[in-house]
Ligand binder design. Structure first.
Ligand SMILES: *Cc1c(COP(=O)(O)O)cnc(C)c1O
Length: 380
């Protein structure tokens, strides 16, 4: 649990000063001496996620998310897959938000379906419609704190209330908000998942995932993680631990710059529409204001017709066209041709994902340079 401010905890929580080292060293050893271990549970082995590098990170992440316990995994998809495997069995039914991250959607509709787990997709913004989708076998409700690429905020409070009323496990992918902007455990979520590849590490140089929840849940998930073997390698642990220390600084800057860029784009004569929860015209603006400490570094926009978004992306100097998000460099994607290319055109249109839509993950560059970059490209 967090006792001090976020930035203080980011630097100090979980740190172990081995041999007086101020910074956590990398324990590049897969196995450890038996010493006084009496049974297999006490064996220390990298895949069992119990080396010093893992322990320090688990403590830091639990502190940030305000959970009793936490785990790190080899990727965000590892965190999601392992949690599902541990918490669901054949015959169970899950309610999942529409428009999920593509990997999660694939997991739900292919792998879970093959294991006999049934999924129904729900509109995260229409809690009145959820009861009709619920079944006697429903065990879990699964939401994302901010959706991609529409940057919408589901009715997260209703999600927690619905789970409590019907005794469901409430699970949230908090990747887009990060604990610097939103801590779902405080709202009452049972399990928080992250692609730490994104904001938590923040430098686009590590693939990692996070699972945070109660001691009891984490103790149920850990043996599955140990068997699946999706362990985070010690060097990646070190990089994630280093990246985490600046999370607060990065996120505050990214929140601020995204707000400025969103406001600039929404007033630009060549821009049709901007989606950013910090803008008063965003449909979930008041909900995001109530729930979040910041509106994130993620926004999407559509240029006016006649502007080719492909050419626009290529003519930007600082914003690089590449998948992923949450790093210190500004990245852009065109969802209709990348993350959502597999979604049929009619379905994309229904969701509001036009071919011209550009998603922006705002980095830590100077806001003025980013704004000038977009202005120049739009006017070119
Ligand atoms: C990237 C992402 C994931 C998957 O994470 P990986 O680290 O790439 O496995 C899951 N959920 C969301 C919201 C993401 O953006």
């Amino acid at each position: 649990m967090k006792k001090f401010g976020l930035d203080t905890e980011l630097v100090h929580a979980g740190e172990i000063h081995i041999n007086g080292a101020v910074t956590m060293p990398i324990f590049q050893s897969v196995t450890y001496l038996f010493e006084d271990a009496e049974d297999y549970d006490q064996v220390r082995y990298s895949r069992l996620n119990n080396t010093e590098n893992h322990i320090a990170l688990h403590e830091k992440i639990a502190t940030l998310e305000g959970s009793e316990a936490a785990l790190v995994t080899a990727s965000g998809m590892a965190a999601i897959s392992v949690s599902m495997l541990a918490c669901l069995k054949s015959g169970d039914h899950v309610l999942m938000q529409d428009g999920l991250y593509g990997g999660t959607y694939h997991l739900a509709t292919n792998l879970l379906a093959n294991l006999g787990v049934e999924v129904t997709f729900i509109n995260g913004d229409a809690p009145d419609s959820w009861e009709a989708a619920r079944k006697p076998t429903t065990r879990m409700i699964y939401l994302e704190s901010i959706s991609n690429p529409l940057i919408e905020v589901a009715d997260l409070e209703a999600g927690v209330a619905f789970a409590r009323t019907h005794d469901l496990l409430s699970v949230i992918d908090n990747t887009f908000a990060s604990p610097a902007n939103f801590r779902p455990i405080e709202l009452g979520f049972d399990l928080v998942l992250h692609s730490a590849t994104k904001y938590l590490n923040g430098h686009s140089d590590v693939a990692a995932g996070v699972i945070a929840g109660s001691e009891e849940l984490i103790n149920r998930i850990l043996p599955v993680l140990n068997i699946v073997g999706a362990t985070l390698d010690p060097h990646a642990c070190f990089l994630l631990q280093r990246g985490l220390k600046t999370l607060g600084l990065r996120i505050r800057k990214q929140n601020e710059t995204a707000m400025q860029l969103a406001a600039f784009l929404s007033n630009h004569p060549k821009v049709k529409h901007v989606r950013y929860p910090g803008l008063p015209n965003h449909p979930n603006h008041s909900r995001a204001t109530d729930l979040f400490d910041g509106f994130s570094g993620m926004l999407s926009f559509e240029p006016k017709s006649g502007i080719d978004s492909g050419k626009l992306c290529k003519s930007l100097r600082f914003a690089k066209e590449a998948p992923s998000l949450g790093g210190i460099e500004t990245l852009i994607t065109r969802p209709a041709f990348t993350s959502h290319a597999a979604v049929p055109g009619a379905e994309r249109a229904r969701l509001g994902i036009s071919d011209e839509m550009i998603r922006v993950s705002v980095g830590i560059e100077d806001a003025v340079d980013l704004i000038n970059d977009f202005d120049r490209a739009l006017n070119a």
